[in-house]
Design a binder for this molecule. Structure first.
Ligand SMILES: [Zn+2]
Length: 704
C-alpha cells in the first residue's frame, strides 16, 4: 500500500514544475496538431436539407414494449446484414456506415421513449420504460461486442482505403470501441473480460443501492434543535420517549450541519453519517477497483485510469495529474486564508477554539457568508419571474448565436410543456426543436437536465436529421397570487441547460457518433458552464430581472452587488476540494489499492493540507467513483477551465457579441465531436487554451 502511494505521489511530484512564478501554462497535449491556423469562419460541413422525425409522447404503457421490440429487432437485423457480407466484398458504406446507421436508427426509436421515464405523468408508462431500458443496456452490450460484425469492419479496415477526415475518424473510433470491448483478445481472455464486466455492473448497482436504501436516523431531544427552521422540525417523527428522529439523509444532514447551533448535535450526526453504507460499500469499492484494474491490464493498459482516458480530451492520467497539481499549487495559497476566516468566525463564539472540526466548517462557513453578504434569496427571487427570465434568456441566446426560437403547438407529454422550433435567423431555415418542461411535479425526475431526444446526422439521402432536445427542470410552481419565481441559482441552471441544448441542436456533424454533444466526456460540460458566466454580468442581470408586480423594476443595485459578491466567495477552497476529490478518484483508478481509506486520507491531506477525521468513511458514499464516470471526476474542473477561456472571448468582444457568438457556433457547436476538442479550442481562441480566465474567475491572481 505504502509503496503504491509513494509511487503515485512520486509520479505526481516528479512532473516538471513550471519555471518561476509564471504558472500559467497551456494544457495542450503534445500531439503535433497544427496551431490555430483555421480562421474564424471555419465551419463544419454544411447541413443538407432538414428532415424532421415525428415524435409521439402519448404512448400508453402497453405500447412501450412493442415499440422497443421492433427497434431492437431492427438493430439486430441490420447488424446481421453487416455480418453476412461475403468476405472480400466489404465496403465503407456496407460495413462502417451500416453499423453506424443501425445504432443511429435504434437511438432515434428508443431515446424519446426512454426520456418518458423521467417526465411521463403516468407511473405505468415510467415503469414500462424502466423495464425496456434495462433490456436495452444488455442488448447494447451484446450487440456492440459481436465478433462477426467486428470481423467485417476489421476486414474493411485492412483494405486500407483512403477515406475523408470524417469517415476515417468514424472508422478509428469504431475500431477503438471494439478493442475496448475485448474483440482483439484471445477467446479465453474475452471470456474473463465478460465475467469482469458482469461482476462490475453488479457491484456498481449494489453500491448505489446500498446508499439509496440506507435508512438511519438520530434520536434527539427537541431542545437540541435550536437554529433549525420550524418547518423542518415540524416534519420530524416523534418517538414515545419525547425525542424526535433526524434522518441521516442528504437534506437533513445539510440542514443540521449548516444551521444547528448545538455543536454536540452536529458532531453526533457527523459520526452517524460515517456509518452510511460504510461496512457494505468499502469492500465493494475495493473489489470493483481490483476488477477494473484487471480489466485494464487485460486490454493492454497499465491501469484503469489510462483505459478510461482513451478518447478524452486530457488523454493521459499524467496530464490530469499535472492539471490537478497545478491547481493545488495555485489555489492552496488562497484557500488557507479562507479557512482561517472561518476559524476566526468560530472564535467569535468560542474564543478558545484552536481548530475547526469537520462538523464546524459548514456551520461557521454559512454564518460568515450570511453575515458578510447578507443576501436575501427570497427578496432577489421576486425579481426573477420565470416567464420573463425565460423570454429574455431565449432572446439573449438568439442575439448571441444568430438563431430564432419560434413557439409551436405540438403534441407534448404534459400541458405545462412548451415547444419551440429553432430557426437560423439569417436564412429562416428550421434547424431543430426544443421542449421545455420546467416545473416540478410528482413522479418527475428531480433536478435539471438537458436530453438529446434526436441527434443530428447526415441521412442516406443527403438530408440532415433535425435534432430534438428537451430540458427537464424542477422549478417551483406558481403560488396563489404570484407567478413562478426563480432563485438566482435557478436562473443559472436555466442558462446552463440551454447551453447544453445549443450544443445538442446546432450541430452540423455528419456522423451520428460525433453529432450534438457527443464530444469527449471531459469537454461535455464546457459549453454549458461557459453560458453560466452570462448570468453574473450586471447588464445581463438587468435584462433578466423585472419585479413580478412591476416588470419595469429591475434588480436594485444593492441586491445586485451582494449577488455578484457571492460568486467568488471562498471559491478557491471549494475548487481545491473538488481537485482533492478528482485526485482521489484518479488515485483509486491508478492501481488496485489495498486500502481505499488510506488513499483517500493521504490524497485529501496532500491537496487541502487537512487530514480527514479518523472516522470519516467518505469513499463509501462517493457515488461518482462507482458509476460510468469513474476516473472522470476531474472533468468538472477540466471543462470549467475551457469554459472560462471561451467566455473570455465574449468578454473581450463586448459580451453579447454576435460576432464571437457566430464563431462559437460554427467552430465549437457545429463541429461537436467530429474534431478533437483541443483543436476546436485552438481554432476558436486563435491560440493555445490556458487557465488564466479560470483563475481570474476564482478570484486568484494567475501569477500568484
Ligand atoms: Zn450540465
Amino acid at each position: 500500500m505504502r509503496r503504491f502511494f509513494a509511487a503515485l505521489l512520486a509520479l505526481a511530484l516528479s512532473l516538471p514544475v513550471e519555471a518561476g512564478a509564471a504558472a500559467v501554462v497551456s494544457f495542450r497535449v503534445p500531439m503535433g496538431g497544427s496551431p490555430a491556423a483555421a480562421s474564424a469562419g471555419a465551419a463544419a460541413a454544411a447541413r443538407g436539407p432538414g428532415r424532421s422525425l415525428p415524435l409521439e409522447f402519448s404512448l400508453g404503457a402497453f405500447e412501450i414494449g412493442p415499440v422497443y421490440e421492433s427497434a431492437s429487432r431492427e438493430l439486430v437485423v441490420k447488424l446481421d446484414a453487416v455480418a453476412n457480407i461475403p468476405p472480400g466484398s466489404e465496403t465503407f458504406e456496407g460495413t462502417v456506415l451500416a453499423v453506424e446507421r443501425a445504432y443511429a436508427d435504434f437511438a432515434e426509436a428508443t431515446r424519446p421513449l426512454f426520456f418518458l421515464s423521467s417526465v411521463s405523468p403516468d407511473p405505468a408508462v415510467r415503469g414500462a420504460v424502466e423495464a425496456v431500458r434495462r433490456r436495452s443496456g444488455r442488448l447494447w452490450a451484446e450487440q456492440s461486442a459481436r465478433p462477426d460484425v467486428y470481423k467485417a469492419v476489421e476486414a474493411y479496415a485492412k483494405r486500407g482505403e483512403e477515406l475523408g477526415k470524417d469517415d476515417q475518424r468514424l472508422l478509428d473510433d469504431m475500431l477503438r470501441d471494439y478493442t475496448l470491448a475485448g474483440l482483439g483478445l484471445s477467446e479465453e481472455r474475452q471470456r474473463r473480460l465478460e465475467k469482469i464486466n458482469v461482476r462490475l455492473s453488479e457491484l456498481e448497482a449494489a453500491f448505489q443501492r446500498n446508499l439509496q436504501e440506507w435508512d438511519d436516523a438520530l434520536a434527539v431531544f427537541p431542545e437540541e434543535l435550536k437554529g433549525l427552521p420550524k418547518s423542518f422540525i415540524g416534519r420530524l417523527e416523534r418517538i414515545p420517549d419525547g425525542r424526535v428522529l433526524v434522518p441521516v439523509d442528504k437534506e437533513s444532514y445539510g440542514k443540521v450541519m449548516r444551521q444547528a447551533v448545538n455543536p454536540g448535535l452536529r458532531r453526533r450526526l457527523y459520526y452517524r453519517k460515517q456509518k452510511e453504507a460504510a461496512k457494505e460499500n468499502l469492500p465493494i469499492l475495493k473489489k470493483a477497483l481490483t476488477l477494473r484494474h484487471e480489466k485494464a491490464r487485460l486490454l493492454g493498459y497499465r491501469n484503469f485510469a489510462e483505459l478510461a482516458l482513451e478518447g478524452r480530451m486530457a488523454k493521459t492520467p499524467k496530464q490530469v495529474w499535472r492539471f490537478l497539481q497545478r491547481l493545488r499549487r495555485l489555489l492552496i495559497g488562497a484557500a488557507g486564508p479562507e479557512r482561517e476566516e472561518v476559524l476566526e468566525r468560530k472564535r467569535r463564539d468560542k474564543p478558545k477554539a484552536e481548530k475547526l472540526y469537520p462538523w464546524d466548517t459548514a456551520y461557521y462557513g454559512s454564518k460568515l457568508f450570511k453575515e458578510r453578504l447578507n443576501l436575501e434569496p427570497k427578496r432577489t427571487r421576486a425579481y426573477f419571474p420565470l416567464s420573463h427570465v425565460l423570454a429574455e434568456s431565449l432572446k439573449i441566446y438568439e442575439e448571441l448565436l444568430g438563431i430564432r426560437f419560434e413557439p409551436v403547438t405540438v403534441e407534448v407529454w404534459h400541458p405545462e410543456v412548451r415547444a419551440y422550433d429553432i430557426r437560423d435567423a439569417a436564412s429562416g431555415e428550421r434547424l431543430a426543436r426544443v421542449y421545455l418542461d420546467l416545473f416540478a411535479r410528482p413522479g418527475k425526475r428531480g433536478g435539471a437536465a438537458a436530453f438529446t431526444l434526436v441527434s443530428g446526422r447526415e441521412l442516406p439521402d443527403g438530408g440532415y436529421r433535425e435534432p430534438v432536445s428537451a430540458v427537464s427542470a424542477s422549478f417551483h410552481n406558481p403560488a396563489p397570487g404570484r407567478p413562478a419565481l426563480l432563485y438566482h441559482h435557478e436562473v443559472k441552471t436555466l442558462f446552463h441547460e440551454l447551453g447544453h441544448v445549443m450544443h445538442q441542436t446546432l450541430t452540423a456533424a455528419r456522423h451520428w457518433r460525433f453529432a450534438s454533444s457527443a464530444v469527449a466526456r471531459d469537454f461535455v460540460e464546457g459549453p454549458s458552464q461557459m453560458m453560466e458566466n452570462f448570468i453574473w454580468k450586471p447588464e445581463v442581470l438587468k435584462r433578466l430581472s423585472g419585479h413580478y408586480q412591476d416588470p419595469t423594476r429591475k434588480l436594485p443595485r444593492a441586491l445586485l452587488d451582494k449577488l455578484l459578491a457571492t460568486r467568488s466567495y471562498h471559491a478557491a477552497g471549494a475548487a481545491l476540494s473538488q481537485a482533492a476529490l478528482a485526485a482521489m478518484d484518479l488515485a483509486f483508478h491508478s492501481a488496485a489499492p489495498k486500502d481505499v481509506l488510506k488513499v483517500y486520507r493521504r490524497v485529501r491531506k496532500f491537496f487541502t493540507g487537512e487530514e480527514p477525521d479518523h472516522a470519516s468513511r467518505f469513499p463509501a458514499r462517493f457515488r461518482h467513483g462507482m458509476r460510468g464516470y469513474s476516473a472522470g471526476y476531474y472533468g468538472y474542473l477540466w471543462s470549467r477551465v475551457f469554459a472560462q477561456d471561451i467566455f473570455s472571448e465574449f468578454e473581450a468582444g463586448g459580451l453579447i457579441s454576435a460576432e464571437v457568438g457566430s464563431r462559437y457556433r460554427s467552430i465549437i457547436l457545429e463541429n461537436g465531436g467530429s474534431v478533437d476538442a483541443d483543436e476546436l479550442l485552438r481554432r476558436f481562441l486563435g491560440r493555445e487554451p490556458d487557465e488564466r480566465a479560470f483563475l481570474r474567475w476564482l478570484g486568484v491572481e494567475p501569477s500568484a
